[in-house]
Every structure is written in structure tokens, then in C-alpha cells.
Design a protein around this ligand. Structure first.
Ligand SMILES: Cc1cc2nc3c(=O)[nH]c(=O)nc-3n(C[C@H](O)[C@H](O)[C@H](O)COP(=O)(O)OP(=O)(O)OC[C@H]3O[C@@H](n4cnc5c(N)ncnc54)[C@H](O)[C@@H]3O)c2cc1C
Length: 341
């Protein structure tokens, strides 16, 4: 019999991230399919009371908490100790966490401490009789693998966007407080705060409805024989601001910036979409000045509706990869759309 543990941390405001509530939907479904599994919930944070009541109605058999100022912040030493303590208290055989930055950093180490195994960025599961299988993508190999493991505890970090957000009514619950004794390693790292770009300067917006992708075309010589980098930057940023879109890039474009060329300051390798980049999930995507080559397009597989703008009617997007291809000048078209927005 599997003992499932859903393990999550609170955010700064004391609630759980959307990714955590999505993972919880997956956990509830897993428990339903396994029929004889038990479910426990573990929450780590400064004050976990709100988060616990939010998940209180999920049908768990037990709730565990590690709370206190030491655990409000994301720090490897304290998070690893807290996660391991909850896993032990729950006697978990399957531990499921959301693939948040905080969990991604700590959960592999917890699996090691407990002699378990881990599969990160799980994108689905199925129960086949007594055998439980997970799916995960191997982006560089362009494969989705379905795999199972006999070792326990088996840790999964679940990708966001896979399951719908869990929306049960809040129920007050009494959680079992799990003791974690602060070790010297807790004070070795002190978290003094966050440094993050202004939200207006943040071009990667995972929750945006639209993914706007820029390719090398923005830097190419245009009809007048000249490149127009400043105009391109204004046009791209203008659209992003009006549409609230997330910015993606082709590899070729972000590679140019690292070669010391004068390209776009608001873009880095983090924006790269594709085989060697990210695989974002957005309802819609608009690719501009990008050729639509397979190593780029493979990163679009979770984008719902795909459109592209290219001067070339024979570009890769036209080969069945885009739902709609506008054969047009992206400078003109994006400016016009921004104006209309
Ligand atoms: C192992 C491997 C891994 C790779 N991984 C990735 C990856 O993760 N991500 C990735 O992106 N690439 C990846 N690549 C590179 C990929 O194959 C392509 O070379 C790259 O994506 C092409 O970038 P691009 O379309 O921006 O540039 P280009 O191929 O130069 O295309 C520019 C396009 O802009 C168009 N254009 C120019 N001016 C305008 C205008 N005014 N209006 C409209 N259109 C215009 C042109 O017609 C042209 O089609 C990988 C390659 C390899 C070998």
C-alpha cells in the first residue's frame, strides 16, 4: 500500500503557490486511482495556518507542519531538514511536491538523505493495475518517457500547468507539528532578502495568456538595407507591455547577445525556447521574425494556439507547425497590433 505525501511550502504571504495547488489536484487524482493508498499533507513555512486551511478539505488522512521563522525563507539547510523530518513522520512511500524553484533546489537532496529516488518535472502519471508510472519529458532528446520505479520513497516534483488548480473550500485542520532541531548549518547561510527585477522589467511571465517569441529577424537588415535594432526593441517591448505577454526567444537571438553584439538588453538565455531551452505553457503563442526550425519549435509543444509572422512564406512555420502564418513584415504588423491594443 502506498503512503502518499503531498509536500509544499508557503509563499511570502502565507498561502500556497498556484503550482502547489495544481500538484495537489494531481495528488488527489493519484490517490483516487490507487484506491488503497493513504494521503498525508505536509506544509513548511513561517506561519502555515492559512495554507493548511486552504488544503484542509483535500481528504488527507493526516497533516504535518514545520513552522517558524527559520522555515519562512528558502534556504537549503532548513528546507532539507524540514522536508526530511515530515517524510519520516509520515512514513511516506511517494512524496509529491510542486516543481517550484524552492522545491527543485531541495527535494533531490532530501531523496538522497532518505535513500529514495526522484523524478523531477513530472508531467503526468497513470496507474496500470498495481504498477504506477510517471511521464516526464527529456527535452534534449525530444522524448517523453513513461517510467516506473520499485525504490521507495519515490519523490516527484510536478510541473506547473499539468493539473487544474485545486479549489476546495477552506477547512480548519489540526496539523501534527514536526520538530526540527536547528543545526549549525542553519546559521551558515542567512537569507537577507530578495533581489528581483522590477515586475515591469520582468519579461518571463509564466502565467501570461500569450507567449511572444522574437527571432533573429528583428536584427536582420531590412528592406532599406539597414538593421533597426532600436526600433525592434521599442516594438517588442511596446507589444509586451500592452499585451501583458511573456517573452521568448530563439536560441540564435540570445546567442548573439552573449557574443557581445549590441542586441536586446531585456533578453537573456532564460528567454530561450526550444530543444536546448525552455518548454513554456501558454494558451497562445506568437512567433515573430523567427524561422520556425524544429529545434526551436519543439519547445512550443505545450503552447495551445500557435501563430507566426514571417516575410518568407516558405519558412519552417509554414510546414504545418503554426496554426496561422502571417506572411508579413513583423515590424509593421506588431506595431499595428500594439496600436490597436
Ligand atoms: C542541437 C541543437 C539545439 C538547438 N536548440 C535550439 C533551441 O533550444 N532554441 C532555438 O531557438 N534554436 C535552437 N537551435 C537552433 C535552431 O536550429 C535555429 O537555428 C534557430 O532557432 C533559428 O533562429 P531564428 O529563427 O531566430 O533565426 P533565422 O533562422 O536567422 O531566421 C530569421 C527569420 O526572420 C525572418 N525575418 C527577417 N526579417 C523579418 C521581418 N521584417 N518580418 C518578419 N520576418 C522577418 C526571416 O525570413 C527568417 O525566417 C538548436 C540547434 C541545434 C543544432
Amino acid at each position: 500500500m502506498e503512503k502518499i505525501l503531498f509536500l509544499a511550502h508557503t509563499e511570502d504571504d502565507g498561502v500556497l503557490a498556484k503550482a502547489a495547488l495544481e500538484a495537489l489536484s494531481g495528488v488527489i487524482e493519484l490517490r483516487r486511482q490507487l484506491t488503497d493508498a493513504t494521503l498525508a499533507v505536509g506544509v513548511i513555512g513561517g506561519d502555515v495556518s492559512t495554507a493548511l486551511s486552504v488544503v484542509g478539505g483535500c481528504g488527507a488522512d493526516a497533516f504535518y507542519a514545520v513552522a517558524g521563522a527559520e522555515f519562512a525563507i528558502s534556504r537549503y539547510a532548513s528546507d532539507a531538514a524540514a522536508c526530511a523530518a515530515i517524510c519520516r513522520a509520515a512514513g511516506a512511500t511517494i512524496v509529491i511536491t510542486p516543481a517550484t524553484a524552492r522545491c527543485n533546489r531541495v527535494v533531490p537532496g532530501v531523496a538522497q538523505r532518505l535513500g529514495g529516488r526522484i523524478d523531477t518535472r513530472v508531467g503526468g502519471f497513470n496507474v496500470n493495475g498495481a504498477e504506477l508510472r510517471v511521464q516526464r519529458g527529456y527535452y534534449r532528446q525530444r522524448m517523453i518517457a513513461t517510467l516506473t520505479r520499485a525504490e521507495r520513497p519515490w519523490f516527484w516534483t510536478v510541473d506547473s500547468g499539468v493539473f487544474p488548480k485545486w479549489e476546495g473550500a477552506p477547512v480548519a485542520v489540526q496539523a501534527q507539528a514536526v520538530e526540527v532541531t536547528p543545526g549549525p548549518e542553519f546559521t551558515r547561510t542567512s537569507v537577507t532578502g530578495y533581489k528581483a527585477p522590477l515586475s515591469t522589467a520582468q519579461t518571463i511571465r509564466p502565467d501570461a495568456k500569450v507567449l511572444f517569441v522574437a527571432g533573429v529577424g528583428w536584427t536582420k537588415k531590412q528592406a532599406d538595407g539597414q538593421p533597426h535594432l532600436d526600433d525592434a526593441a521599442r516594438t517588442i517591448l511596446g507589444f509586451l507591455e500592452k499585451a501583458g505577454a511573456s517573452l521568448g526567444s530563439s536560441k540564435s537571438l540570445v546567442d548573439q547577445s552573449s557574443d557581445g553584439h549590441n542586441v536586446f538588453s531585456f533578453m537573456s538565455h532564460l528567454n530561450q525556447v526550444g530543444q536546448t531551452g525552455s518548454t513554456p505553457r501558454h494558451p497562445k503563442g506568437l512567433s515573430t521574425c523567427c524561422h520556425g526550425e524544429e529545434p526551436h519549435v519543439v519547445g512550443w509543444r505545450f503552447v495551445g494556439e500557435r501563430r507566426a509572422i514571417n516575410l518568407d512564406p516558405n519558412c519552417g512555420w509554414a510546414q504545418g507547425k503554426a496554426d496561422v502564418l502571417y506572411v508579413a513584415d513583423a515590424f509593421e504588423l506588431v506595431r499595428k497590433v500594439t496600436e490597436l491594443l
